[in-house]
Design a protein around this ligand. Structure first.
Ligand SMILES: Nc1ncnc2c1ncn2[C@@H]1O[C@H](COP(=O)(O)OP(=O)(O)OP(=O)(O)O)[C@@H](O)[C@H]1O
Ligand SMILES: [Mg+2]
Length: 503
């Protein structure tokens, strides 16, 4: 069915309106009809009375003028009788209260009635006076044989009015009763159907919006109560499953954390091993040189060149120690960031979109030597309660990665953040239009120590930190899609509401 759907309520109303209209019409028709029949009977019996009287008179006197007298008498006594006429078998008028008609011939239809010996009622034209009239014919008999017909022209205004009045009255009462009936029905439908359905609907809507659910209590008819119960059951089931899923997820996260921790420790050991090893070698070398220098000094064989050689070695070793210890301490600093700081102290309410703008503003110095353009589009901003440092680290890492990995020096490029919020979740999308990466790299970019820039200042911890921040601090998820030559896209989704809603 196309187009707009009609509500149940309106459909029922239309049905009721149609049936009551039909019923009222039938009632009016039946009543008017039976009333008309009684009126006809009354007319006929009135004429029969007159006919009997005239027949008796005629059989006694055999005088038409006597009949004329009786006609005049009856008509003068009854105002509703407009005309009384006696027709002969050939249709000629023998006597009439209207003297002008005497001797006239009448219409052939009357002859037809006469021959068939019938009592007939027909409507007469209203005429100039606009008064409704009926014409009644009855056979005029002598010794049981028809010898003519008596025609009675009667003012039927009273009966016509009565019938019309009765019809209107029944119709009005019918309409009033059916209106009452419809209002009552509407209220009943409201109570039984529409209101419970609306309650169900708003419950479904609030579940969809993720609002806390309380069982629907309907005091409605059995079928609807069953639907409500089924609905309650379904939502309870869903909530249970959701809770189980959350628990499973939490334990999975714990396990994953342990695995990640193990990997991290191995990575840390491996990474630190190099600078520390170099440092140890350098220190050993310096100790040997110092011993040599001491031996020379004590044996008195020291030359100027020995001193110069030792000074050069000491200088070189210290420099080496400095760089390698510096490297080690830098590594340790980034390891510390991996263990995401979960302190509540830095948490506050802030607008994510606005905050991203601020972070990008503070990164301006890094953009100076590049040809890159960065923008943020956040439509309707979302407010969250969290440590803004989380957002700042995520944004900084993503932007710095694009700068470092996606473009050649001086290459033109466009970096965009787009944030949208819907039904308690925010989606933050970050894109660059740089080199992109093959799938083998995309599969590992969130792993700790995964870098394609080892030895060029990359530790491979940046995106691992981002991953931890998103999943632990924001309680969301991050995904990366990329193709060589097509740039990269990072999609971050996180809840914007109270984080412990279901926990
Ligand atoms: N926008 C990007 N375009 C192309 N490659 C990227 C992009 N972002 C990350 N990568 C790739 O993912 C790898 C891992 O990134 P990650 O930030 O974890 O480490 P890193 O940048 O190499 O080192 P760190 O961030 O620790 O200094 C990078 O070495 C790089 O190969
Ligand atoms: Mg990085």
């Amino acid at each position: 069915m196309g187009g707009r759907r009609i509500s149940i309520q309106i459909k029922m109303m239309l049905l009721v309106a149609a049936t009551t209209t039909l019923m009222i019409s039938l009632l009016v028709y039946y009543n008017v009809n039976s009333l008309s029949n009684s009126v006809r009977e009354a007319y006929v019996s009135q004429l029969n009375g007159i006919t009997t009287a005239i027949n008796a008179e005629y059989e006694e006197s055999h005088s038409i003028s006597k009949i004329q007298q009786v006609f005049d008498y009856i008509a003068s006594k009854n105002q509703r009788i407009l005309r009384l006429t006696l027709h002969g078998m050939q249709g000629q008028v023998l006597a009439s209260t209207d003297r002008d008609l005497i001797g006239d011939l009448v219409t052939p239809e009357i002859l037809d009635y006469l021959r068939r010996d019938l009592t007939v009622i027909t409507r007469a034209e209203d005429g100039d006076d606009n008064v409704p009239k009926v014409r009644i014919y009855a056979p005029f008999k002598e010794d049981g044989n028809s010898i003519g017909a008596i025609e009675l022209l009667l003012n039927s205004k009273d009966e016509v009015d009565l019938i019309a009045k009765r019809g209107w009255w029944i119709a009005s009462v019918g309409v009033a009763v059916s209106l009452l009936y419809m209002v009552a029905l509407m209220l009943i439908i409201r109570r039984l159907l529409v209101r419970p359905l609306m309650n169900l609907r708003s419950a479904a809507v609030s579940v969809r919006q993720g609002l806390p659910f309380t069982n629907i209590e309907l005091n409605a008819s059995q079928e609807i109560n069953e639907v409500a119960e089924a609905f309650n059951g379904m939502v309870t089931q869903l909530e249970d499953r959701y809770r189980q899923l959350k628990q499973a997820q939490a334990s999975l996260v714990r396990q994953e954390k342990m695995v990640a921790l193990g990997q991290l420790v191995a990575g840390v050991a491996h990474e630190i091993n190099t600078p520390v090893g170099v440092g140890v070698t350098a220190a050993t070398y310096l100790r040997e040189q110092t011993k040599l220098f001491g031996d020379n000094f004590r044996s008195g064989t020291m030359k100027k060149s020995h001193l110069e050689q030792y000074l050069a070695a000491a200088q070189e070793t210290v420099e080496m120690l400095e760089t390698n210890l510096g490297r080690a301490s830098e590594l340790i600093r980034s390891f510390k960031q991996v263990a995401v700081d979960q302190s509540n102290e830095a948490k506050r309410n802030f607008q994510v979109g606005r905050y991203i703008e601020e972070v990008l503003f503070s990164l301006r110095p890094s953009f100076r030597q590049t040809n890159l353009d960065v923008s943020v589009d956040y439509g309707e901003d979302v407010e969250i309660y969290n440590d803004p440092g989380v957002i700042s680290q995520i944004v900084t890492n993503l932007v710095m990665n694009s700068m470092k990995h996606a473009y050649e020096p001086g290459e033109k490029g466009r970096l965009t953040f787009v944030m949208r919020a819907n039904a308690g979740w925010a989606t933050l999308e970050y894109r660059d239009d740089g080199k992109g990466m093959p799938q083998e790299i995309v599969d590992h970019i969130f792993d700790p120590f995964f870098t394609t820039k080892r030895g060029e200042g990359g530790t491979g911890l940046g995106l691992h930190i981002v991953y931890n921040l998103v999943s632990q601090s924001l309680r969301g998820n991050i995904e990366c899609t990329s193709q060589v030559g097509q740039g990269s896209k990072f999609t971050i989704q996180f809840p914007t509401g109270q984080e412990d809603e279901y926990a």
